[in-house]
Design a protein around this ligand. Structure first.
Ligand code: BG6
Length: 479
C-alpha cells in the first residue's frame, strides 16, 4: 500500500526498549538488584509475583532479557539496516548506582552506556534515553519505602546529574519517568511498585500514598529538567505518559462526566509536568478526603520552573467507561470502571485495537499541554509462528502498524500536531513488562528464546522488518 503521507524532514524513526527488558547481564559490571529483578515470570492472565529479594528456585525473566548486554553491536547493525535514526532505551539505574543511595557512581556501568551510545552513533542512530523505566534499585524500596520518601528526590537527581554530564554530546532527547500515570491504577500493587517502588499494607491509604509518591517524582523530574538545561541547553527533556484515551460508553450525561473525570484522573500528571501546577479539581478532591499531601512552596516553584520540553507517550489502546455508581464525585477506579468497546477488536491479551484513538489522543494532548509530542511506544503484542524455512509472516502486525502510522500522519499533516518522532515498542522481541513472557512478541526482529529463557537467541527478520524498512525509507509515504 502507498496511502501514507511523508513526515516533515528530520522526523525521527526508531524503536523503543527498556534496559531491564532486554539487557540481561543482571549481575554484570557491578550492577545492583532492581525491582524488575525480583519479579517472577507470569503469563497471560497470571500476574507476576514480587519476591522478597532474589530467591532460589524462582524464575526471573529479566535476569536474562535477550542478552542485549553482550549482543548489542550486532543488534544495532540490524536496527541500522531497518533504517532507524533513533533508538529509545533506558539507563538501568542499578548499573550506575547499584543500591541507589551511593554518592559515587559505578564506573563499569557508566562505561557500558558510553560504549552502547557510541555504537549507536557509529550506526547513524541517535539514542533517546529514559532515566527511570520500571527498574529502580530494590534497595531504595526496602530501605526507604521507595518514592514515598522525599529522600528519593536527591538520589534521583544525583543519578540524573551523573548521566547528563557523562552522556552530554551523545544524547539529546531524555525522559524522566516512564508511564508515570500508570499508577492511576493504585488499587493494583503492580503499578505502585513499578512506578514508585511502593509496597503498602492494609494499614496504608493506598490512594493518598500514590499521590504523595507521584508528587515527589514530579518534583524530581522538574528539578532534573532544570538541572539538565544548565548542563546542556540543547537537551530536550520530556515527560512520558501512557496515553489510553477513555471514552464514554454512551451520550448519557453521567457517562460523559465519568469519562471526563477518568481523563482528568489519568492525565493530571501531564498537567503538572507540562503546565507546572496541579489542576483545581484534584486539590479540591484532596481537601474533601482530608489528604495531607506534603507539597512545599519550594516544590511548587520547582514544578513551575521545570516544565518539560516535550511529552513522550505510549499508545497501545483506548478504554471505555460508564457511570454505574451513584457517585457525585465520579471517582474513577481503573480496575472496575472500564467496559469493553463494542466497536473495536482486541489483541490476544485483551488490548483494544483503536488506530483513530491515536489521532484523538495526539489532538487532545496538543490542545491541553501545548507541547511537542514524541510517540515513544506503540505496538502489537502477538504470538508469532516460525515457518519451517525460518520465515515469520506477521501480516497482523503490519496491519496494526499501517493503521496506526496512517492516523499518526493525519494528526501531523492534516491536524498540525508537532511530533518529534515515532519509536515502535519492542522492535526487537523482548521480555513483556506485564507478564514476563517472551511469547508476547512485539518485534520486527524475532529472537529465538522461549518463556523459560531457552533457545539459541538468534535474531531473524520478520515480514514486518522489511515493511517497516520501506516505511522509514519513504519517510512514512509508503505504508
Ligand atoms: C509499556 C511499558 O507499558 O508497555 C513497556 O513502558 C512495556 O515497558 C510495554 O513492555 C508493553 O507492555 P507489555 O506488558 O506487553 O510488555
Amino acid at each position: 500500500m502507498s496511502d501514507g503521507m511523508a513526515m516533515p524532514k528530520g522526523f525521527l524513526w526508531g524503536g523503543a526498549v527498556a534496559a531491564h527488558q532486554l539487557e540481561g547481564g543482571w549481575q554484570e559490571g557491578g550492577k545492583g538488584v532492581s525491582i524488575a529483578d525480583v519479579m517472577t515470570a507470569g503469563a497471560n492472565g497470571v500476574p507476576r509475583r514480587v519476591t522478597d529479594g532474589v530467591k532460589k528456585g524462582e524464575i526471573y525473566p529479566n535476569h536474562w532479557g535477550i542478552d542485549f548486554y553482550h549482543r548489542y553491536p550486532a543488534d544495532l547493525k540490524l536496527f541500522a539496516e531497518m533504517g532507524m535514526t533513533c533508538f529509545r532505551t533506558s539507563i538501568a539505574w542499578t548499573r550506575i548506582f547499584p543500591n541507589g543511595d551511593e554518592t559515587e557512581p559505578n564506573e563499569a556501568g557508566l562505561k557500558f552506556y558510553d560504549d552502547l551510545f557510541a555504537e549507536c552513533l557509529k550506526n547513524g542512530i541517535q539514542p533517546v534515553v529514559t532515566l527511570s523505566h520500571f527498574e529502580m534499585p530494590y534497595h531504595l524500596v526496602k530501605a526507604y519505602g521507595g518514592w514515598g520518601n522525599r529522600k528519593l528526590i536527591d538520589f534521583f537527581l544525583n543519578f540524573a546529574e551523573v548521566c547528563f554530564k557523562r552522556y552530554k554530546g551523545q544524547v539529546k532527547y531524555w525522559m524522566t519517568f516512564n508511564e508515570i500515570n500508570n499508577q492511576t491504577d493504585w488499587r493494583d500493587p503492580h503499578p505502585l511498585l513499578q512506578n514508585s517502588g511502593l509496597q503498602l499494607d492494609e494499614n496504608d491509604n493506598w490512594e493518598e500514598a500514590m499521590y504523595q509518591a507521584a508528587h515527589y517524582e514530579m518534583v524530581a523530574s522538574a528539578l532534573a529538567v532544570k538541572l539538565g538545561h544548565e548542563i546542556d541547553p540543547d537537551f530536550q527533556i520530556g515527560a512520558m505518559v501512557a496515553m489510553c484515551p477513555i471514552y464514554p460508553l454512551t451520550a448519557k450525561p453521567a457517562d460523559i462526566m465519568m469519562a471526563e473525570r477518568a481523563m482528568q484522573t489519568r492525565y493530571y500528571y501531564g498537567d503538572v509536568q507540562a503546565l507546572g501546577s496541579y489542576p483545581a479539581w484534584l486539590t479540591k478532591y484532596w481537601q474533601r478526603h482530608n489528604y495531607q499531601i506534603d507539597i512545599t512552596a519550594a516544590d511548587k516553584a520547582a514544578l513551575q520552573a521545570g516544565t518539560v520540553d516535550y511529552v513522550g507517550f505510549s499508545y497501545y489502546m483506548s478504554f471505555v467507561t460508564e457511570a454505574t455508581k451513584d457517585d457525585p464525585d465520579f471517582v474513577y477506579d481503573e480496575a472496575n470502571d472500564l467496559v469493553s468497546n463494542p466497536y473495536v477488536q482486541k489483541s490476544d491479551w485483551g488490548w483494544q485495537i483503536d488506530p483513530i484513538g491515536l489521532r484523538y489522543g495526539m489532538n487532545w494532548m496538543t490542545d491541553r499541554w501545548h507541547k511537542p509530542l514524541f510517540i515513544v511506544e506503540n505496538g502489537f503484542g502477538a504470538h508469532d509462528k516460525v515457518e519451517v524455512d525460518g520465515s515469520i509472516h506477521d501480516d497482523y502486525r503490519i496491519k496494526y502498524f499501517h493503521d496506526h502510522i496512517l492516523q499518526m500522519e493525519k494528526a501531523v499533516v492534516d491536524d498540525g500536531v508537532d511530533l518529534i518522532g515515532y519509536t515502535p515498542w519492542g522492535h526487537i522481541d523482548l521480555i513483556s513488562a506485564s507478564t514476563g513472557e517472551m511469547a508476547k512478541r512485539y518485534g520486527f526482529i524475532y529472537v529465538d528464546q522461549d518463556d523459560l529463557g531457552k533457545g539459541t537467541l538468534n535474531r531473524s527478520r520478520k515480514d514486518s522488518f522489511y515493511w517497516f524498512k520501506q516505511v522509514v525509507a519513504s519517510n512514512g509515504a509508503d505504508l
